[in-house]
Design a protein around this ligand. Structure first.
Ligand code: SF4
Length: 190
């Protein structure tokens, strides 16, 4: 797949009705960022602001994510790509159901295939359990890098979780510094 294929995948996603989340969404929230990014961030699913705007990680949690990114020279408009496991908002911001994640994973797989990241960063438990290990414990394992095929994977706290529990803010910032260091070590574009 080449970079331009992303438009076709986006169109498919916009019209997708493969799971019941299509019934309650305002917009699908496909992803945002540079198509040549070497670093991809993956969260669990859109919230209210994301559903209304069609962009992932806007609102307070999104601003916090932008703060962490900015501290290590990363920018959603320039050098990273950001998306979620499910592209439609689960009602009342509940966790996505496993069958909804299953239905939506083909979109993420295509995004990964097109963008070809060198590092994938899971934001929070849901993404880490889906993409790294079903038993992943963010509080214990955050910041560790795991090799998966052609890329490295790691996880850190979801910014919404930091808003709920600011005690983890320092650990999260350290994870971002570690991501920056690893990105430089393996020659990612920053
Ligand atoms: Fe389709 Fe994913 Fe939205 Fe479900 S969450 S309707 S699979 S785009």
């Amino acid at each position: 797949m080449n970079k331009m294929d992303i438009l076709a995948v986006y169109e498919d996603c916009k019209n997708c009705a493969a799971c019941p989340l299509s019934d309650t969404r305002t917009n699908t929230v496909f992803g945002v960022g540079a198509l040549d990014a070497d670093i991809m961030f993956v969260g669990e699913g859109p919230g209210e602001n994301e559903d209304l705007t069609g962009e992932p990680f806007v609102g307070r949690a999104g601003k916090l994510l932008d703060h962490f990114l900015g501290a290590v020279g990363m920018d959603r408009r320039k050098n990273v790509y950001i998306c979620n496991i499910v592209k439609c908002r689960p009602p009342q911001n509940r966790d996505p159901k496993p069958e909804e994640e299953d239905a939506c994973m083909p979109f993420l797989r295509k995004q990964i295939k097109i963008i070809e990241p060198k590092i994938i960063v899971c934001l929070g438990r849901i993404a880490a359990c889906r993409l790294i290990d079903p038993d992943y414990k963010v509080t214990r394992q955050h910041g560790q890098f795991i090799s998966k095929g052609s890329f490295l994977m790691t996880a850190t706290f979801h910014p919404a979780a930091i808003l709920r529990n600011p005690n983890n803010r320092g650990d999260c910032m350290r994870d971002f510094f570690a991501i920056e260091a690893k990105a430089k070590e393996i020659g990612c574009k920053l």
